[in-house]
Design a protein around this ligand. Structure first.
Ligand code: SF4
Length: 201
């Protein structure tokens, strides 16, 4: 997939952009860029597939509620991640026009990507790209969220077939808050790491 249109859109909105052929190259780059820092992770199959918690953890202080931390509860890990110098997340959808969409159940990832760090990295496989903002939102709601509900074994209608969102009223609903980045927020650096592979949901 050609990233040129997306790259131009993102740069016009104030993001740094980098591009890699595969997740190994991208992980190597991130390990070069992030060294001696505290690093928070949002929930992300992409980041997990790249082994970033493990590799960055050899030379940074890493916080990820998926991985645990001795003696700390999940909410305590969320708080440490929220004030880390660096924050990593993927996206549920990204438009070629440059808008970035995420949906959260707990809200830690949505909240922590918007504010509070030196720099945020969005790590994005090519399967997350849509033509428009509407397409990115559609992808987030009807592709990413049902697949994540299935992965989490939630008792929601979407988890059975993972075919689309049913806008459920289930107590196990994973879609509680969403973020749309129309442009780069002012207070911190952002970089979008684009990868020519299918990663995550
Ligand atoms: S709102 Fe409910 S049905 Fe829709 S994707 Fe989220 S969990 Fe699934």
């Amino acid at each position: 997939m050609e990233f040129k249109e997306l790259q131009v859109s993102l740069e016009q909105k104030g993001y740094q952009v980098s591009e890699f052929e595969n997740k190994e190259e991208a992980a190597r780059y991130l390990n070069e860029q992030i060294d001696g820092k505290s690093v928070g992770f949002g929930g992300s199959v992409t980041l997990d597939e790249m082994g970033l918690y493990e590799s960055l953890g050899t030379h940074n202080k890493v916080w990820w509620h998926w991985k645990g931390a001795d003696g700390l509860t999940v909410p305590e890990i969320h708080k440490e991640a929220a004030v880390a110098q660096i924050y990593l997340s993927s996206v549920n959808g990204i438009a070629k026009t440059g808008e970035i969409v995420n949906i959260d159940g707990t809200g830690n990832r949505v909240a922590s990507t918007i504010y509070g760090h030196e720099k945020v990295y969005f790590v994005v496989g090519e399967n997350k790209i849509a033509n428009t903002l509407e397409g990115a939102m559609e992808r987030a709601r009807n592709i990413a969220a049902p697949l994540n509900a299935r992965r989490l074994n939630r008792k929601t209608p979407c988890a059975v077939k993972a075919d689309h969102c049913y806008d459920c009223k289930s107590p196990e609903r994973i879609c509680k808050a969403a973020s749309i980045f129309w442009g780069k927020p002012n207070s911190q650096e952002f970089e979008v790491v684009l990868i020519h592979e299918k990663l995550g949901y």
